[in-house]
Design a protein around this ligand. Sequence first.
Ligand code: S3P
Length: 442
Amino acid sequence: MVSLSSLNSGPLTGSVRVPGDKSISHRALMLGAVALGKTHITGLLEGEDVLCTADAMRAMGAQVERFENGGWEVSGVGVGGLLQPRETLEMGNSGTAVRLLMGLIAGCNIKASFKGDASLSSRPMKRVIDPLSQVGALFEASEGGRLPLTMQGAEDPMPITYELPVASAQVKSAVMLAGLNAPGETVVIEPKPTRDHSEKMIAHFGGDVSVSERPDGSRRIVLKGRPELKGRDVIVPADISSAAFPLVAASIVPDSDVVVTGVGLNPLRAGVVESLKDMGADIEILDQRTEAGEIVGDVRVRYSGLKGCTIPASRAPAQIDEYPVLFVAAANAQGQTRFEGLEELRVKESDRLSVMAEGLKASGVEVEEGDDWLVVHGTGGTARSVPGGATVTTHLDHRIAMSFLVLGLAADNPVSLDDASPIETSFPGFQTLMESLGAKFS
Ligand code: S3P
């Protein structure tokens, strides 16, 4: 356990680049491992979650190497060529790694076991076990469909048509990855569009994926099975989910002016920018460009007094990981902010709805929590700031940890964490990067 506190800080200024996108990093390693030839990855996130994926791909026969210049090379085994891992795959904290790998393995005739930390072992896997069983994989899971879990991939994987019961890019991706080694067409229908990095990355590696949008806003994704994927170059943009921390910090610490460079702005991920704009944030996108199929830009934020508003449920999939830090923005806004459509927050690395509500209350912020909504009463426009002064339990959740550290930067009293070590999951170097902007920690 590493305790850490953030302190009320002066203006945050400067230009920084946050680490690579976690979702894209996992997918680059996995697809590189089932492509033929070499994949070179630039900007891979070297956080604990992604390193678990790298180890798992090695355990299943791919060669995964890091060069001294920070580049990574994966030599793949081809679709269907994964080897049976000799030992249990250690997935740490990573829901994305385990769910996507379950998909990849479901289409191969190999057996694998997974375990993870206490947070991951409490997360529901039934949402992937259900469709992957239809593909033909067999599962022996712990009570409630959780980790530790052993699975046997299908001998003759079936191409399935699956309509997602929850808006989850992980479930969608698991089905698509299983479909890579099934004959014929695997179809996923998603009622609400979720991040499309798997679709884009499979196409980038030479797979055949078509996506059609239907009038009701749902999407139909069709993947042709058994493609010959070829090793490719992948450039990983900076993670918008990590950029959200300095961006919100600059929005709430008076007189700040911060640029976060090279941020991935895929429209299915960039809800946080819209929400902050709705709250009156002064955000500009500079030099928007396309790199390796993803929209990227430098995001500049200058301090502005935020205002409360309603953040609609329809935006949830595009900012699902950014709610904790958006609640922190709301705590500093003038008036009430109402967040709707938050049911999925309850099954993240922690129950982010109740953990955030509790920590905010302990920091002197008034909140009302419903099953799937939260109202935050902000202190903006009043004579007082957020009182702070709490010690928050992070529950092995990196985003809870970083969100409360951002809260402390604009609070009257320090905000402390019982354990800051989960930050390594997704944002190695968080403290140093924030300090380079002027943030104070003790
Ligand atoms: C992810 C999808 C989201 C997100 C997670 C990464 C992905 O999870 O919360 O951090 O890379 O596909 P869900 O699919 O559970 O919404």
